[in-house]
Write a protein that binds this ligand. Structure first.
Ligand code: F6P
Length: 323
């Protein structure tokens, strides 16, 4: 394999740049030509593709976001869009692809591989940590630390005013950020899409805490919780305990930015190089991941369809540690 292309796609994640850098430097080291595709699949369709070298990725390991930019492409979901994308890659003689992104990115990559057979290896880049086939995804650790920093600050003011806060963190379908930042921030309760916690249970847990003379209370809510988002949950709780001063804080996209943590830079570097070297060794239609500190490849199919369950021990721990 002598010519490959690389892109970042879907929601950005801190560490995507470090991943890109590792793949590009790996390609240079192995004498493979590498092209960067701007704006994910949209850029592939439009031929927004440039040749990269070692200098193209200088001084980016510490930067959040993605220098290649990212997009959630609607056009790539169509047959015509994918045909255009294939033609653009053909013009440059691209023989392999590296896609850095999450489940949407890999769903697209799988369909594209099935239709055109260009060998593709993915690197899991999403703050959600919701991909099967890797213990952690690129950006997750940084996002948890960002959320934790915010929770600590909210705890200060919650404590001063004896308030109850509902803090919403990201995670459309997954509670990974919520559970980790909740444990780290000493939350009284964590609400995640993977387990159901009724409003009745929320109220009784909080009231038990107040009976034990707890002053401030923090409930961390994953945005995809089945009871609704933090605002909706707070409204439901307010209706039943009107005497308590209740506030809501939505952390939002601050969780997606910022300089990647040491853990994310190293993970991203391993996965970027792992994706490139995997491609060179003949891996295709797979995602590179790290499980138990070992580099592994999992089919796109499994990475997007298989469930990566939340650790039940962590869910139990929230209950025990908030007494
Ligand atoms: O998939 C990552 C993620 O940050 C989710 O946690 C969140 O629901 C979604 O992306 C938000 O996407 P967008 O930035 O496109 O609104």
């Amino acid at each position: 394999m002598k010519k490959v292309a690389i892109m970042t796609s879907g929601g950005d994640a801190p560490g995507m740049n470090a991943c890109l850098r590792a793949a590009v430097r790996g390609a240079v080291y192995h004498g493979v030509e590498i092209y960067g595709i701007y704006r994910g699949y949209d850029g592939m369709i439009e031929g927004d593709i440039v040749k990269m070298d070692s200098h193209s990725v200088s001084n980016i390991i510490q930067k959040g976001g993605t220098i290649l930019k990212s997009a959630r492409s609607e056009e790539f979901k169509t047959k015509e869009g994918r045909k255009k994308a294939y033609n653009e890659l053909q013009k440059l003689g691209i023989e392999g692809l590296i896609t850095i992104g999450g489940d949407g990115t890999f769903t697209g990559a799988k369909i594209f591989y099935d239709e055109y057979g260009i060998p593709t290896v993915g690197a899991p880049g999403t703050i959600d940590n919701d991909l099967f086939g890797t213990d952690y995804t690129i950006g997750f650790d940084t996002a948890v630390n960002t959320a934790l920093g915010a929770i600590d600050k909210i705890r200060d003011t919650a404590d001063s005013h004896n308030r109850l806060f509902f803090i919403e963190v990201m995670g459309r379908d997954s509670g990974y950020i919520a559970i980790r930042s909740g444990i780290g921030g000493g939350a009284e309760l964590v609400m995640v899409p993977e387990t159901s916690t009724s409003i009745k249970e929320v109220i009784s847990t909080l009231q038990e805490g107040w009976a034990r003379h707890k002053t401030s209370s923090i409930v961390v809510v994953a945005e995809g919780d089945e009871e609704g988002n933090a605002m909706e949950i707070a409204e439901k709780v307010k209706k039943q305990i009107s005497q308590k001063d209740i506030k809501v804080s939505i952390l939002g996209h601050i969780q997606r930015g910022g300089s990647p943590s040491a853990q994310d830079r190293i993970l991203a570097s391993r996965l970027g190089l792992g994706a490139l070297e995997g491609l060179m060794k003949g891996e295709k239609n797979v995602m590179a991941g790290i499980i138990n500190d070992k580099l592994v490849y999992t089919s796109f199919e499994d990475s997007i369809t298989k469930n990566k369950p939340l650790n039940q021990e962590l869910i139990h721990m929230v209950k025990v540690l908030s007494v």
